[in-house]
Write a protein that binds this ligand. Structure first.
Ligand code: FES
Length: 101
């Protein structure tokens, strides 16, 4: 099952979540109170901008809406939107760090 390690922007200890079925990263964040901030939840604001430090292959591909905003945010090439990313079912570690406000 994918294990997801969330790092917020501060110095708090990372949060770990198990996501046996995969699914919306947003729902997983809500479930475990991950230290990732959200606002619009619809690929409009960039608040949930994250960097995927490990396990990017365990996320579904970026769709057009997410890609449009990521282009505007001009972040690192491994960045995603936590409100849009979908976790694939399977094994492995996804390590995420918050970039947004
Ligand atoms: S919460 Fe606004 S883009 Fe994700």
């Amino acid at each position: 099952m994918p294990t997801i390690k969330f790092e917020g922007k501060g110095s708090a200890a990372p949060k770990i979540a198990e996501a046996p079925e995969g699914g919306a990263l947003l729902d997983i964040c809500d479930k475990v109170l991950a230290p990732i901030a959200f606002s619009c939840r619809s690929a409009s604001c960039g608040t949930c901008h994250i960097e995927v430090l490990e396990g990017a292959e365990l996320l579904e591909d970026i769709d057009d809406d997410e890609e449009d905003l990521l282009d505007l945010l001009d972040g690192p090439s491994n960045s995603r939107l936590a409100c849009q990313a979908e976790v694939k079912p399977g094994e492995g570690l996804i390590h995420i760090r918050a970039l947004g406000s």
